[in-house]
Design a protein around this ligand. Structure first.
Ligand code: WT7
Length: 651
């Protein structure tokens, strides 16, 4: 792997930025990047203080960065601000009638909001939340399709100081319940439905199931998305409230809460290496400044842009680069509710043509899917409005990068391959468009304030090792909800606490460019979705016949990685298609259908070391049809041949 990758990197093509892009860009030359980067590392207070001054503060900060209680770093201590105010109110001065939000539903319905209208709707939503008893510091779960209210409800929470916990619409009841219980949410915001491939997703029904046993939930606020199904929604007297009814008499003005810089802004649950997801804590001021500045330079936002990030707001990409970063920059954002192949495989390209999208930000797995569908779909639409392309979520293979560059970008659009994480809050490693020479497959160089290193386990710099970050940065996570210990041990305990531990392997090439290889832990990245194998194993064991299981991620042409499950049944039980279907059903129902494995294999035993640790590398080699390699540390080497045989039977 290491050698393959290295030779690939040595032979790679380079792409030089175009002068015409740089001449109009927010950052115009590599020298300027270098100068600002050096300042951001050597004088972070000056650099970030200046960036922060481009935004609105109710009260100024006492210090930009407070390192007195490492690793509990504090940014902009003493300041008061509000991110919703900065996203919405601040733009009324110069952009009142500019479009803030364009929505297209899967059935083709559209809604648009100017900054003035976004202000009105957000205030109305904030007043509705207040009337339901929501106050600063309360936790609110948001489980919605990608409709305007998803964006508006996040902004409204931020406006009143409630902490939002957005839960991706693909998660099933058990996953939702776990998140609501951990954060003791007072309110759940959902809808009667939403569309995906022509079907209505009955989100309220899923929430009814999810909130059983959640004693903290006082109210469920239901948005009417679908007039026909809303009659069939079960509204529990005293608990469930229709948004259109509750908001009818609410004012369209609202004074935003003055938030402390380090007040919690949101929680976002993500997979860890244990069975329970962790609630990543992001706070107000640093997150605001970090997402603002990274969007300004990496997506080169101009007033004329139509910006489309295809992520769902249920993921960090949606938080930082659908909602907060672009709105802080006064951009016009597009959101699309549905599937890329509904009603046909040209839907995305149709949206770009229709709305003259100029900036598109999507994931490698989507790009590979479009490649497979064929050039005729993008070629059938006019994509000349595009000027900048982005990629995020997993390593982009050079073939997908080149296709994106040629077929979507018409060889004229810079590509920004952006590496970051739920925990980092904002983009960490990425080219600056028009400025950085790009190499397909490399996220290139650090963004301002980011000081990466590739380290050996002992903490020595190397060209192939673990990616670490030396310095704190404004949008970094501030902790794990209800679990301060896990924050320190998980992120700040390697290498004597001197670095943030990313869990990613990386290569640093001779030009100092970073190439992210992938996760070093038991997290699998399937189609850009971060999935914990421990969580899958926890769900699988609840089938009464299952004794033990192991899930792994193996390379997959389209999804980047695909999931494979290896299951041992209790003595006396036989594996069958029926049992397989039952286990998959449990996974779909408990965790979400996107976590159902590509293949589930019944085995008699799992490859374990003498100390009892499952050797996942061997299972991965089987799934990738590779040589098994060294099996000498196995307690019983015969086990692996049997597993390989069972695996192949399913071909
Ligand atoms: C993991 C974080 C924050 C973006 C959405 C995913 C992988 C993310 C890249 C990239 C290679 C990438 C890493 C990281 N990843 N972007 N450009 N190149 N790998 O956020 O769900 O928290 O997952 O996604 O493995 O650790 P996430």
């Amino acid at each position: 792997m290491e050698e393959d990758k290295k030779s690939l990197i040595d032979q790679t093509q380079t792409f030089h930025p175009s002068h015409s892009f740089a001449s109009q860009a927010n950052l115009k030359s590599f020298d300027e990047y270098q100068r600002l980067y050096d300042e951001s590392i050597n004088s972070p207070d000056t650099f970030w203080g200046r960036a922060a001054n481009e935004l609105h503060w109710f009260e100024p900060w006492r210090s930009v960065l407070d390192q007195s209680d490492k690793p509990n770093f504090k940014w902009f201590s003493g300041a008061k601000t509000n991110i919703c105010y900065n996203c919405v109110d601040r733009n009324l001065e110069t952009r009142e009638n500019k479009l803030a939000l364009i929505f297209e539903g899967e059935p083709g319905d559209t809604r648009v909001f100017t900054y003035r209208q976004l202000f009105d709707e957000t205030c109305k939503f904030a007043n509705t939340l207040f009337s339901l008893g929501i106050r600063k510091g309360d936790r609110v779960a948001i489980y919605l399709p990608l409709i305007p209210e998803a964006v508006i409800s996040m902004l409204a929470c931020a406006r009143i100081g409630a902490i939002h916990s957005v839960i991706f619409g693909g998660f099933a009841a058990d996953s939702i319940r776990g998140r609501i219980l951990d954060s003791t949410c007072k309110l759940v915001i959902t809808s009667d439905g939403g569309y995906r491939r022509g079907k209505n997703l009955h989100m309220k029904t899923i929430i009814d199931d999810a909130v059983t046993g959640c004693s903290s939930v006082e109210k469920i606020l239901v948005i009417r998305r679908d007039n026909t199904s809303s009659q069939n929604v079960n509204m529990q007297e005293g608990r469930d409230v229709w948004y259109h009814e509750a908001s009818a008499d609410k004012l369209t003005t609202h004074e935003s809460e003055h938030m402390d810089a380090e007040d919690m802004l949101f929680l976002l649950y993500t997979s860890g290496t244990t069975g329970t997801p962790k609630g990543i804590v992001h706070t107000t001021a640093g997150y605001m400044v970090g997402t603002y500045l990274s969007t300004k330079y990496i997506f080169d936002i101009h007033d004329s842009d139509i910006y489309w990030c295809t992520a769902d707001v249920g993921w960090i990409t949606g938080h930082s680069y659908v909602v907060y970063g672009p709105l802080l920059n006064g951009a016009t954002i597009l959101i699309y509710e549905g599937a890329p192949d509904y009603p046909n495989k040209a839907r995305y390209w149709d949206l770009i043509e229709k709305y003259r999208v100029s900036i598109m930000y999507t994931a490698p797995t989507a790009i590979r899917t479009f490649m497979k569908w064929g050039d005729e779909f993008p070629n059938s639409k006019n994509l000349t409005s595009l000027r900048l392309l982005g990629s995020v979520g997993e390593p982009i293979n050079p073939a997908a990068w080149l296709w994106y560059h040629k077929v979507i970008g018409g060889e004229r659009c810079p590509i920004v391959d952006t590496w970051w994480q739920t925990e980092t809050g904002s983009i960490m490693i990425s080219p600056i468009p028009g400025v950085t020479i790009t190499k397909p497959g490399s996220a290139t160089l650090p963004f301002f304030g980011v000081d990466p290193a590739v380290l050996t386990d002992e903490g020595n710099e190397t060209d192939y090792g673990t990616l670490a970050i030396r310095k704190p940065w404004p949008a970094m996570l501030r902790g794990i909800y209800q679990n301060p210990g896990r924050y320190v041990t998980g992120y700040w305990s390697n290498w004597g606490g001197a670095y943030y531990y990313t869990s990613d392997g990386a290569i640093k090439d001779q030009n100092g460019y970073y190439w992210i290889i992938g996760r070093l832990d038991d997290i699998v990245n399937v189609a850009g979705h971060r999935i914990s194998t421990a969580e899958l194993e926890g769900a699988t064991i609840t089938h009464p016949w299952v004794a033990e299981s192991a899930f792994i991620g193996a390379d997959h042409d389209i999804k980047g990685q695909a999931l494979f499950g290896f299951v041992i049944l209790k003595a006396g039980f036989q594996g069958s298609d029926q049992v397989r279907a039952e286990i998959n059903e449990i996974i779909g129902r408990k965790l979400g259908r996107f976590e159902i494995p590509e293949r589930l294999v019944f085995v008699n035993d799992l490859p374990k070391t003498r100390s009892g640790k499952i050797m996942r590398r061997l299972l991965r080699n089987i799934a990738e049809r590779k040589e098994l390699g060294n099996t000498s540390t196995l307690a019983d080497p015969a086990v692996i041949d049997h597993i390989a045989e069972e695996f192949r039977k399913l071909d």
